[in-house]
Write a protein that binds this ligand. Structure first.
Ligand code: NDP
Length: 276
């Protein structure tokens, strides 16, 4: 029997999720239909209720709906509770709705498995203190870095996030000015600056020699931050395409109990954007 799924968001037209999940379904022999649906924050609750009543088995939720999805879920995974945001809803056999957050797991899988990086004992700088940062801090601290420093345009938000996660490891927060004189092995850009081809104000020397840069944003062309990494001697300067595919794989696993293989799809999307 065909299982029905969808990604909800606003805007949603350019979402790659339908293609990703149809690819996983074909690869794993799962009978699955997945579409993208534009839903405003105001219409979220009614739409989700209706879709589950119609028999949908799962939904992905993206900007600006992750906090609403968190509020909607009857039961939440620990990582969703930490993130205070849900990107994956699953209707369970008793009719209740489980909320999960697969973003952080997707990022760490991409860094460790696809790019063969280790975060243990590393100094990590996280730029931004919005929803994406909130979702990835716990999985990053699980990797036992030496330190995780959050820098944000609004310094208070970074400081508050650091306090919230301080039970999980060495973490501190502040503004971009506080970065002067420090350097980091790994810099993750979770600001939305790349979406307007802008760069957070980073001081010279903030990237350690042979350091790694990773932009959660992605596009057909290298983002401003990926270009900054390359210009500043990064050993690797990566974008978030792999994270997108890995968070989808984790959602697929939650829904279907089958883990898709991601390497071929990442290679396919990479090849397509090189040709674009
Ligand atoms: P939010 O709107 O929740 O947060 C945006 C953050 O960016 C805030 O910290 C904000 O600072 C900062 N910011 C915005 N503009 C600038 C700028 N010009 N200079 C410096 N800082 C800036 O967004 P999200 O956290 O949801 O998303 C962040 C990024 O992560 C986006 O690019 C998104 O596409 C990407 N993402 C990628 C995923 C993937 O699977 N690859 C998954 C989820 C997100 P302030 O607090 O001061 O306003």
């Amino acid at each position: 029997m065909t299982g029905y799924y969808a990604v909800l968001g606003q805007p949603i037209k350019h979402s790659k999720s339908p293609r990703i999940h149809q690819f996983f379904a074909a690869q794993t022999g799962q009978d699955l239909n997945y579409h993208a649906q534009e839903v405003s924050a105001e219409a979220f609750d009614d739409t989700v209720k209706k879709l589950f009543e119609q028999g949908y088995l799962g939904l992905n939720c993206t900007v600006p709906l992750k906090e609403l999805a968190f509020a909607f879920a009857d039961i939440k995974t620990d990582r969703a509770v930490r993130a205070k945001a849900v990107n994956t809803l699953k209707r369970q056999s008793d009719g209740s709705v489980l909320g999960d957050n697969t973003d952080g797991c997707g990022l760490v899988t991409d860094l460790l498995d696809n790019h063969k990086l280790s975060l243990q004992g590393r100094r990590i700088l996280l730029l931004g203190a919005g929803g994406a940062s909130r979702g990835i801090i716990a999985p990053l601290l699980e990797q036992a870095p030496q330190a995780l420093v959050i820098a944000n345009r609004t310094a208070d938000k970074a400081m508050q996030l650091a306090v919230e996660f301080q039970d999980l490891g060495s973490i501190s927060g502040g503004g971009f000015d506080d970065l002067n004189g420090q350097n980091f092995d790994v810099i993750l850009n979770a600001t939305s600056a790349s979406l307007s081809d802008e760069l957070p104000p980073l001081p010279d020397g903030v990237l350690a020699e042979q350091g790694v840069c990773y932009d959660l944003a992605y596009g057909n062309q290298p983002t401003a931050f990926v270009r900054w990494g390359l210009a500043n001697g990064a050993s690797q300067s990566l974008d978030g395409l792999g994270m997108l595919i890995e968070q989808a794989a984790e959602a697929f696993y939650l829904w279907r109990n089958v883990r898709p293989e991601t390497t071929d799809l990442i290679a396919l999307f990479d090849a397509e954007r090189r040709l674009s």
